[in-house]
Design a protein around this ligand. Structure first.
Ligand code: SME
Length: 156
């Protein structure tokens, strides 16, 4: 059962993002709305694919984040490298976790694709609570991202 908050979030983003295909505008809107909808979110944002094997920070909410992440580093790099969601209940157990804030305890990072299968970047949510993200959160956010970014152009 997907919590009602995701139904409301999806309806709100469908309305806000209707007819918009600019990835930065969409990322800014998704980061804002998800951050304010999820009480466990302490940092919510995107890292964009800007070159082969390299992520660069995009729109986010929360404290400063590191500016660039190669695909071979961190939870974000693992999501970009593998194309798989990374749901980390305890970041201290994740080899190579990049701590942008010492308070982060758990993290969810999802790859972001367009409908052609281009990897646009990753969506990163950090929490100061341990095990803050469920499988239901992961699946609901994966679906939401697929809808929001389906028609975005791939990286230059
Ligand atoms: N924790 C991430 C880095 C991004 S900061 O959390 C915003 C990682 O390990 O890739």
């Amino acid at each position: 059962m997907v919590p009602a908050l995701y139904d409301e979030l999806r309806q709100r983003l469908d309305a806000l993002c209707a007819g918009e295909f600019d990835p930065i505008a969409l990322m800014a809107t998704v980061a804002c709305e998800v951050h304010h909808a999820l009480p466990q979110a302490d940092w919510t944002g995107f890292y964009r694919v800007v070159a082969p094997g390299l992520l660069k920070i995009g729109p986010y909410q929360g404290g400063h984040g590191c500016l660039t992440i190669p695909f071979d580093r961190g939870v974000c790099g693992a999501a970009a490298r593998t194309g798989q969601a990374q749901r980390v209940d305890d970041v201290h157990q994740f080899p190579g976790h990049i701590a942008c804030a010492a308070s982060t305890q758990s993290e969810l990072v999802l790859p972001v694709w367009n409908r052609r299968g281009d990897l646009l970047g990753v969506f990163d949510i950090d929490s100061n609570q341990p095990a803050a993200f469920s499988e239901a959160d992961e699946l609901a956010l994966t679906t939401l991202l697929a809808c929001c970014f389906a028609n975005c152009a791939g990286p230059a």
